[in-house]
Design a protein around this ligand. Sequence first.
Ligand SMILES: [Fe+2]
Length: 271
Amino acid sequence: MPVLPGPTTEPSMDDALPGGTVLVIDDDEDNVRLIEALLSAEGKAGAQECLSKPFDCEELLARVRSLARLRRQTDELESAESVIMSLALVVEARDAYTSGHCERMATYATIFGAALGMPMDVIETLRRGAYLHDVGKVGIPDSILLKQSPLTVSEFAVMQRHTTIGDAVCANMRSLASLRPIVRHHHERLDGSGYPDGLAGDDVHFLAQIVAICDTYDAMTTKRPYRDALCRGDARRELLEDGRRGKLNATFVDVFVGLLMNDHFTSRNTS
Ligand SMILES: [Fe+2]
């Protein structure tokens, strides 16, 4: 945990200090603006604590220990989340027909969210949720996940459980809480015909509605062992039809199809 002396000249805000830094400064009026900038930059400048000289050694030690503990906890959370994100790739790797699905979904969702005018933090939730949406397939047996023919009714019932399994996986991580509506509800349909909860209308979280459109399009344009991929034009028409019939959000579908028509995705390696 670095403890740095206060700078004698105002630093550029681009000169980020190492994470977990305690900045020790002279008790000088001229530094007030600098302190505020460093502490309000939310990590951009990197200083989490600020002490004035002459500083109390006990206080300095306590602050450093507190930051070190926080840093350890953050590292543990990040590594736990990265394991779960990797699970999504494990699922993808089990099925050769879904190669690249996680990345494509993340790209679709990010561009789609931006086109809908969503704020950056919501777009980031959307991106992570789209990447992770099928993580629950880790609990679906190969005999069903990799079946080379259409699923029977009972097999489809087992496959549907990937939504609730994924939700349970995410429930153990507070940092994944915002992704749970996407993971659990990306197969819900606005007319109530989806699963696992048969939600309808606005009860389907808007992020799940968005991911459902991306997922439907990617599924339609991906070849499966028992059916060919639709061409992009047919997939667009199917999406519009699902919007017209009230299965998918028609307003969102119009935006998504507009992005497809203007090649906003294909230039980003999603074709
Ligand atoms: Fe799914």
